[in-house]
Design a protein around this ligand. Structure first.
Ligand SMILES: Cc1ncc(COP(=O)(O)O)c(C=O)c1O
Length: 270
């Protein structure tokens, strides 16, 4: 999955052909591979009758290895893995595990976390589970669209992205509109969202801010945590903030860490 955008198997097959020709390996970020497979099943020609498990297997068969943050599709609280199909690379990576993580049989994870991950992988491949998971995200997205909230469309599989430039056209991008909107939603209802705009984009080598085209607020929905009633509460809060949007002012950054500032920066209202 590139930058959170779903990949199609048609694209991956074409990429595979090209990389084989040039002797380049494909390492898949399979963190959201099951959600991606769901969209292939729903949208790509020829896959409507294939199970998510079959589509995931086909996806992986077109790659040489994969990284997985198992906190996402694999439904666990902690953990992940690197998988490769080249024995030499595997042996080198296994040796590095001993140095950096723990013995190769558990890779720094507790046995119970590994067991939970094994079960999580299996359950994440269930067609019913994935239809319910993505269905909940779509439920929220459609409610927000009906309420007139500007969101990115089509609705994705793991969250909703609010278009802060359209929500707060009066706040200049230099005054962090998506961050200001995330703060306003949190103040209104305690719903914790995430800025994906100028704060996340960071600075160029010459110190100037990047001003990305997209200035978004992400509402990422954890799996199997919330009910549809929670989605209704989120919608009510965002509608309330939208009705009062003219009162929302921009922000000034008062603390900026050197790296990945979106995790730790602090702001004050202008
Ligand atoms: C596709 C994808 N890969 C990797 C990561 C990062 O995972 P971690 O938080 O375990 O570093 C994320 C986080 O959201 C993700 O969406």
């Amino acid at each position: 999955m590139a930058g959170g955008q779903p990949i199609s198997l048609e694209n991956l097959k074409a990429l595979r052909k090209l990389t084989l020709k040039h002797g380049i390996k494909i390492i898949l970020d399979m963190t959201r591979v099951a959600e991606n497979a769901y969209f292939i099943q729903q949208r790509e020609k020829g896959y409507a009758n294939k199970s998510i498990a079959e589509i995931v297997k086909e996806t992986c068969s077109l790659t040489d290895g994969a990284t997985m943050s198992a906190k996402k599709d694999a439904l666990v609280n902690i953990g992940g893995f690197l998988a490769v199909n080249d024995k030499k690379v595997f042996e080198e990576a296994r040796n590095m595990v001993v140095i950096y993580e723990g013995l190769h049989t558990y890779g720094g994870l507790a046995g119970r976390d590994l067991e939970a991950m094994a079960i999580g992988i299996e359950e994440s491949l269930s067609d019913d589970h994935m239809a319910a998971r993505v269905g909940q995200v779509i439920y929220l997205g459609e409610k927000l669209i009906d309420a007139g909230i500007p969101i990115v469309q089509p609705i994705g599989g793991h969250g909703i992205f609010i278009d802060a430039k359209r929500f707060l056209p009066h706040v200049k991008q230099a005054q962090f509109p998506a961050q200001a909107l995330a703060a306003a939603i949190y103040t209104d209802s305690g719903v914790r969202t995430m800025e994906r705009g100028v704060v996340s984009a960071g600075r160029k080598a010459n110190g100037e801010n990047y001003f990305p085209k997209l200035e978004l607020v992400r509402l990422t929905i954890p799996r199997r945590v919330y009910t549809q009633a929670h989605m209704d509460v989120i919608t009510e809060s965002i509608e309330h903030v939208y009705q009062n949007r003219k009162k929302i002012k921009g922000l000034q950054m008062v603390y900026e860490p050197k790296y990945l500032r979106f995790f730790q920066a602090r702001f004050k209202p202008i």
